[in-house]
Design a protein around this ligand. Structure first.
Ligand code: HEM
Length: 180
């Protein structure tokens, strides 16, 4: 039985499910920027998507990719497109784990941290009605977000753009199989 078409199906579907969210992170980021009171939650949503959807399936891409090479009897060393794509893939994985993920976690820390497990949900209406005047504790500080947080957000945005460019380049090489 020829496993190639089945593996190619899993590989392409994996690419769609894995990297779809990467193209939505800038939308979540832009909305978080416009509504700083939700920036912490927005960033945590992005991190969770990266941890449970993007990263595991991105790793699966490597496994299905290697299987395609094996079952398709593809000569890796004459397929420049594949060699370049694999290098870009390794760079993307390394950058995501070593730079982007810590940068996203820093934004979460600087914007109030993650709720402790078992803690009462934040943001709900207080039992005794609205607080008597003044913004709730933990809300955005007066005078806008601190510069350190803004710098951390910029780093995440630039890293996200870099990763998106790498993904586009990999898909381009996979589909066109351009030889250089
Ligand atoms: C970001 C990760 C990756 C994405 C988004 C991706 C995407 C794709 C897509 C869309 C195709 C279908 C191309 C077509 O049939 O026209 C494909 C094919 C393929 N990919 Fe990937 N891929 C990724 C990683 C990898 C890796 C790491 C390897 C190798 C280790 C690999 C090996 C292959 C092979 C061998 C094919 C079949 C080419 C053929 O039809 O002869 N891919 N990939």
């Amino acid at each position: 039985m020829n496993l190639f078409p089945l593996l190619l199906f899993v590989h392409v579907l994996g690419a769609i499910i894995a990297f779809g969210p990467a193209f939505s992170f800038p939308i979540i980021g832009a909305m978080s920027g416009k509504e700083p009171m939700h920036a912490n939650f927005g960033t945590r949503v992005s991190l969770r998507l990266a941890q449970v959807q993007l990263t595991p399936l991105a790793l699966l891409q490597g496994i299905t990719g290697l299987s395609l090479i094996y079952f398709g009897h593809i000569d890796l060393f004459t397929s420049t497109w594949l060699l370049i794509a694999i290098v870009l893939y390794v760079i993307a994985l390394g950058y995501a784990g070593a730079v982007q993920s810590p940068a996203v976690k820093k934004v979460i820390e600087l914007s109030g941290g993650a709720p402790k497990p078992g803690a009462a949900p934040a943001g709900g209406p207080p039992a005794g009605g609205p607080p008597a005047g003044g913004p709730p504790a933990g809300g955005p500080p007066a005078g806008g977000p601190p510069p350190e947080l803004m710098a951390a957000i910029r780093k995440v945005q630039q890293g996200g753009l870099f990763l998106i460019v790498l993904i586009i380049a990999i898909v381009f090489l996979m589909v066109t199989k351009l030889s250089f």
